[in-house]
Design a protein around this ligand. Structure first.
Ligand SMILES: CC(C)(COP(=O)(O)OP(=O)(O)OC[C@H]1O[C@@H](n2cnc3c(N)ncnc32)[C@H](O)[C@@H]1OP(=O)(O)O)[C@@H](O)C(=O)NCCC(=O)NCCS
Length: 434
């Protein structure tokens, strides 16, 4: 019996679509949303917040999963209608490089109530869900993690990273390159319409990008602060390209006069062109009275550092895992991408969950891969499916994974060949948390 199996008879797993207030099933949706909040140690949410959350679950067409206690529960504890474990999925596209968007199965809202942890609930929900997604024909699953130690055992690998930066502004902040276009302050409300349009361009241009859920649009538009309410502190600026069209925005808030040095916190910085990105930074760097700009979700490979006269104005924390990818179907995932170099490799893919493993010959010609079964052939590279996920959008070098002991190569050139093949046209970056 696998660890935790002895408890599985205690629970019933229910899958359902979110309902809106007034609709059948709203009580179940409301209890599930509150359970997710409790799982992340949030304060108890108002009815208004819960109703708004339900609206965004419906807008994203999320499938909700809850595990419920069977049988009587002790008097005075949360009732059997409150799930002890939560899990949700939805589908969005993932940019896998060279402008190719593939459907991805996104996993979110993973919580298990403290008194029901370490009984195998997460393992059960995750294994069942990944199997269903694979059977549904989706080649890649994705998530963003609260802790980096949980998901590798399920075949997820870190595919992109991000880092918190604090930038000293004022006289020391000067770009060494000219910017183009024009930046203007705007009412965040205009972003309710503009943010998805601008993000769609960013998404098509950025390997590793995941399309955004409804909540981003509401947050950019000042309608979703920390508590789901109106965000009175939020400010916005738009960048207009040479054609006069908005192609970038930044939303930000002032931390307050009691915090010195006076600081701006960036909420979201979305730029469809490198020029828009630098121009928005130029705007942030020149705000009067402000001496510091802080951004928790900056790219690790950041052109800003190379564009500044004095790159030491950037104080960066170490990069942290952001997007995790899990390949569910190796031939489909590999054939969906375009490649940076031609070549041929036999990949032996190891998958502890038995979903996607096998030996595959990958032949790339003209940037397009043909994948065939290679049973019996010697492998050039042996990789866990998690490392294949890490390499998939070009976010890590195969040679680095080799040096980390995470992939085994038959000859010393195999990792380098894989690295060249899996290279993408720009640094991989995901700016969508889910
Ligand atoms: C993380 C969490 C969902 C795990 O749920 P769970 O039902 O206790 O997990 P399981 O009993 O199914 O354990 C599955 C495996 O993950 C491991 N694991 C679980 N939580 C872990 C953690 N926080 N760190 C490292 N490993 C963890 C278990 O040891 C087990 O390993 P094994 O199967 O290889 O022996 C739960 O602890 C939780 O709700 N935490 C708070 C919210 C959170 O962090 N959610 C994740 C959001 S991305």
């Amino acid at each position: 019996m696998a660890q935790g199996d002895q408890h599985m008879g205690d629970y019933e797993v229910r899958r359902f679509r979110a309902a809106l207030p007034g609709e059948d099933g709203y009580d179940q949706t409301r209890a599930w949303i509150r359970a997710v909040g409790a799982g992340f140690y949030e304060k108890r949410r108002s009815d208004e917040y819960v109703a708004k959350s339900a609206g965004s679950l419906v807008a994203d067409r999320r499938e909700i999963t809850g595990a419920y206690q069977k049988g009587p529960v002790p008097a005075g504890t949360l009732g059997p209608d409150v799930p002890v474990a939560t899990f949700a999925t939805f589908r969005k596209t993932l940019n896998v490089g060279y402008g190719v968007l593939v459907p991805a199965h996104l996993i979110t809202a993973v919580t298990v109530r403290p008194s029901h942890r370490r009984r195998g609930l997460l393992r059960r929900l995750m294994s069942e869900d990944l199997t269903r997604a694979k059977n549904d024909g989706v080649a890649v699953a994705a998530l963003t993690a609260s802790e980096a130690s949980i998901y590798r055992r399920f075949g997820f690998g870190v595919a992109t990273a991000e880092r918190r930066i604090t930038v000293t502004t004022g006289a020391r902040f000067r770009l060494a390159v000219p910017t183009d276009g024009r930046v203007e302050s705007a009412d965040p409300a205009v972003l309710l319409e503009l943010a998805p349009r601008i993000f769609a361009r960013v998404h098509r241009a950025t390997p590793g990008s995941i399309d955004r859920q409804e909540r981003y649009r509401l947050a950019a538009g000042g309608q979703w602060d920390r508590d789901g309410g109106e965000d009175a502190a939020l400010r916005a600026a738009l960048h207009f390209g040479p054609d006069g069209e908005p192609d970038g925005y930044v939303t930000y808030a002032f931390r307050g006069w009691e915090h010195e040095p006076y600081t701006i916190d960036v909420s979201d910085l979305v730029a469809a062109t490198p020029e828009a990105y630098l121009a928005l930074w130029d705007f942030l760097g020149s705000l009067d009275l402000i001496r510091r700009v802080s951004w928790a979700a900056a790219p690790v490979d950041d052109p800003l550092a190379w564009a500044l006269e004095d790159p030491r104005v950037i104080h960066a924390e170490a990069g942290q895992d952001m997007l995790w990818l899990r390949i569910l179907d190796v031939p489909a995932a590999i054939a969906a991408r375009r490649y940076g170099a031609d070549g041929e490799l036999v990949l032996d893919v190891v998958d502890g969950l038995g979903l996607a493993g096998g030996r595959f010959r990958v032949r790339v010609e003209g940037g397009i891969a043909a994948v065939s079964n290679a049973d019996g052939a010697p492998a050039d590279l042996t990789v866990d499916v998690a490392e294949l996920g890490s390499m998939y959008v070009g976010g890590v070098r195969a040679t680095t994974l080799g040096e980390a002991g995470r992939i085994a190569q038959a000859d010393p050139g195999a990792a380098l060949a894989a690295e060249r093949m899996f290279a993408v046209e720009r640094p991989a970056h995901c700016s969508t948390h889910f």
